[in-house]
Design a protein around this ligand. Sequence first.
Ligand SMILES: Nc1ncnc2c1ncn2[C@@H]1O[C@H](COP(=O)(O)OP(=O)(O)OP(=O)(O)O)[C@@H](O)[C@H]1O
Length: 653
Amino acid sequence: MAFSKLSRKLELPQTHRNGTGPSMSPNLTELPTTILETFIPGYSLISGFILDVFGFDVSILVSAAVIIFATVHVGTYIWQRVYSWFRQYLMSNIYIDDGDDLFDSILSWIGEQQMAKKSRSIKAVTRYSQISNEDEADENAALDEHGIFHYGKYAARQPPRYEPYFGVHRFWHKGSLYIFDRSRREVQSNPWTGRGSDEELIKLSCIGRSTNPLRLLLSDIKARSLQKQESLTNIRRPAPKDMSRRSGAWDRVSSRPSRPMETVSLDKEQKARIVADINEYLHPASPRWYASRGIPWRRGYLFHGPPGTGKSSLSFALAGLFGLDIYVISLLEPTLTEGDLNRLFSNLPRRCIVLLEDIDTAGLLRDEKSDKDEDTSRTASDDDAQLTAKDLAKALKTASRKGGKTDDAKQGISLSGLLNAIDGVASHEGRVLVMTTNHPEKLDEALIRPGRVDLQVQFSLATHEQMRDIFVRMYSIEFDGTDASMRSLREHHDQGQRMQLKDHRTSSNSDIDDGLTDEPGATTAHTGEKTSSDRLVNGVLKVRPSNVASPLSAIAKINGVIKPNIAVSKSPTSPITPFLARTETEQLSPAQLRVMGDAFAAKLPEDTFSPAEVQGFLLIRKKEPRRALEEVDDWRTGMMKAKEKKSKVVAVQ
Ligand SMILES: Nc1ncnc2c1ncn2[C@@H]1O[C@H](COP(=O)(O)OP(=O)(O)OP(=O)(O)O)[C@@H](O)[C@H]1O
């Protein structure tokens, strides 16, 4: 044995078996007593005692254990040194932090790989408030004996989502080995709030001194993620400042199925005009065209009209059509400073839609300084931007409400601050700015002068054609539950969950209604005849569809042809049973729906109700077109009375 030979050559002293003195060891499996003593104090006494009492020599066992222990430790140390050297000099890394969209895409992609499926250490994520796997749960299993839908039960059936846990995971992709390392680090706490927060980081590594394989992998992941998102519109809002991230960052707060343009009921020609205008602006050749003529490459739109006429809906539909993300800023956000606003505008991507909603209610005041500022300096204002006396008083009031923090005194957006953000030198080129308002007459003319607002689009109360369209779309079963965009949303639920789990200070302002949530489905494209009432006056686009004839007589043809299909609740004895009967949408052909839609529209006066009001009426009867047709007269009378009295509460719904 090699150890024995070595031992003899070295003439190591014999283990002290009986505690009387050193002697030569017959082989190396027995380490000298002095060495064992350093590992196990009092070893000679213990081993002597065991030998005397049990007649058993433990030196061989103890020596073997010590040798194994030492070998493992030395081996581990050498391996770590070699591996760290290898990683440092022979591997390439790419880091992705959790503020980047790629972070979610990678997690989602990795979660689908064999490595994550086989891994014995994965993270399970579940939130009942998320839509996530709703479709995988059996709808009927969540109904109780009275037919009441119990969301708790329903959500409990949804499987959790799994993703790789913190630590190192290895996987193969297209023949190459990659290392995925997910870690978390605590970031410095905010000096004002005293709160710290965690940030996550992904490190992707590959063997070799070039990052090319990693870049290719990330391109693959990004392409796949974009493909999934094709029919989704990302909505972003300013990232919370107290997350120790610099102000001016944007967070993706949700991804929603893109709203098809057909579902926004406006005159086709006018819609086409807006679409063509944005399309021309977004064209890759446009930046050069603008630059060569010295015109800033920016485009602004003002959507104005009464509430609920489709201003936000059109903005979202345009974002979906052009595959743009939508960046929503609320100027009413109390902690938003002019410096933040500038940084937010300068952090926009090359092409996107910025939505400034209800610009008139933002309480912007035209300060004396803004007149001078507007024409002279276009320098990027920062936190020290000048405030008017009124603004300052307002800001101080806010500050005193919040405990008098000095920083708050600088908050609040003045008109000059907003103008600087919109078209100051720091402002980004390439964005589409959409401002919406119910009161265009209240706006300062500086805000809507050409260059800042290039096209004004007026939205009016519902016309007959709009009401007919809304009716047809409401009862069209063509897209019930099979909308491709909904499918895509489900596929993408993982990312949605992650985004919504993020603590978002601005979520309190997420009152934005993109008209997607209550949308029953996409409508069939209708033949949009040219309307006589559309006009473009002084750059103001008047959106007003033409009237439609009302073939009331045609209803007789379809009356009684199709019977509604009622699904009866399981317990006929329950007192609430009659109210719980689930109605299936009547199966009406597109032609029948159109005729009914025309009849419905003919019962309502034009320019009186907003599309949102009409939609609200239909939603209460969302599967009963015949009932809607029967009850619309009463509703109209009730609504007209309420409008006459300027009452906000209506008797008939
Ligand atoms: N022209 C329209 N076509 C289709 N749906 C519409 C239209 N106008 C309004 N709606 C519906 O009414 C609801 C509210 O619409 P939206 O938020 O776009 O109105 P708005 O003009 O932006 O209102 P506000 O001025 O109050 O913000 C949405 O659910 C939307 O689907």
